[in-house]
Design a binder for this molecule. Structure first.
Ligand SMILES: [Zn+2]
Length: 140
């Protein structure tokens, strides 16, 4: 039987820790969470896994991702490892991001200046929207 990932932090170092109610219990070595295989606990929505990895590739730090998405930076580090994600190094520029509600987003896009010489990615984030913006031709 393959060892499961921790449902709380997605850590992969888990040890067997007794049997409860006929089911194997495991303990996560990273966050010390106990879980049985059938019980999933607070499983993190895969949507946030994808968002976190997107932000990571964009060059946003673990701590910033934690702040934006509300998932622990330890989880993000584990996902990066688990999915073997490698972000390109040596950015000449850093992307900027904004979290806007629908009305703010509409106003933002209505302003042509915000779109001039810049590309952006808009994704839904809970009840708001996140813009990751690249100002491609900006000299720094
Ligand atoms: Zn854990």
């Amino acid at each position: 039987m393959e060892k499961p990932f921790c449902p709380k932090c997605d850590g992969e170092i888990v040890i067997k820790s007794g049997v409860v109610g006929g089911r194997q219990r495991f303990k996560c070595k990273k966050c010390l969470y106990y879980f049985t295989v059938n019980k999933h606990g607070k499983e993190i929505d895969k949507y946030y896994v994808v968002k976190a990895l997107q932000l990571y590739i964009e060059g946003i730090s673990y701590r910033e991702i934690e702040r934006i998405l509300g998932v622990s930076h330890v989880s993000v580090m584990n996902w990066v490892k688990k999915y073997k994600i490698k972000a390109p190094e040596n950015y000449d520029y850093r992307p900027t991001y904004k979290i806007l509600n629908h009305q703010e987003l509409t106003l933002y896009l209505a302003n042509r200046e915000n779109l001039t010489q810049a590309g952006m990615l808009i994704t839904e984030l809970g009840d708001k929207y996140m813009i990751i913006k690249w100002e491609r031709f900006k000299n720094q």
